[in-house]
Design a protein around this ligand. Structure first.
Ligand code: URA
Length: 210
């Protein structure tokens, strides 16, 4: 995946995202649309998976049919909002292994602190797709990628729903080898670290919390 940032401008993605952004959209609809968008984003983030061929018999003839080369995949949800993207991705790639990274922000140092980390074995042999809907400051995403690299991962992609320019820049500086796939690159972060125009707090909107 050579490009550092891919914005998926597909009409279905953009239409669904616009509904998700609206503040009156219900939790149920938000969740459903996030799942649908994650299927479409998964298509993009897996576009360059390596292929091989296998000899098969169709009802008419024998052919060399393209199949996935079988490099192991790991989907890593950055808690808690990452779980909303994970569900759709697992429908498309049901055999993928799954891991979780939990980070919170220390109120004094403002640095991300790990509270949970569980990933599949053999991370160095896997294509790793880290998922988090909102790439805002990029601090926790960059820290999560640090942890995945410490666990041995070398082929990592980052999938999000919305990205802020600040987050993209932070990730590019910390992890230039990790391509980002997103549905939209928004304008900016506000003083509270929310993406503008954004969609609010993704976790609250998908889980119905406040
Ligand atoms: N996290 C969110 O859920 N929303 C933002 O706008 C920024 C970070």
């Amino acid at each position: 995946m050579p490009d550092h940032l891919t914005v998926v401008k597909h009409p279905l993605v953009q239409h669904k995202l616009s509904i998700m952004r609206e503040k009156e959209t219900s939790t149920a609809v938000f969740r459903q649309l996030l799942k649908e968008i994650s299927l479409l984003l998964a298509y993009e983030v897996t576009r360059d998976l390596s292929m091989t061929t296998k000899t098969i018999e169709t009802p008419l003839t024998t052919m060399e049919a393209p199949i996935l080369a079988g490099r192991k995949l790991a989907l890593i949800s950055i808690l808690r909002a990452g779980n909303g993207l994970l569900d759709g991705m697992l429908e498309l790639i049901p055999s993928a292994r799954v891991g979780f990274v939990g980070l919170y922000r220390d109120e004094e140092t403002l640095k991300p602190v790990q509270y949970y980390f569980k990933v599949p074995e053999l991370m160095g042999e896997r294509t790793v797709i880290a998922v988090d809907p909102m790439l805002a400051t990029g601090n926790s995403s960059a820290a999560a990628i640090d942890l995945l690299k410490e666990a041995g991962a070398t082929d990592i992609r980052f999938l999000c729903l919305l990205a802020a320019p600040e987050g993209v820049a932070r990730m590019k500086e910390a992890h230039p080898d990790v391509p980002i796939v997103t549905a939209a690159l928004d304008e900016k972060l506000n003083e509270k670290g929310y993406i503008v125009p954004g969609l609010g707090d993704a976790g609250d909107r998908m889980f119905g919390t406040k």
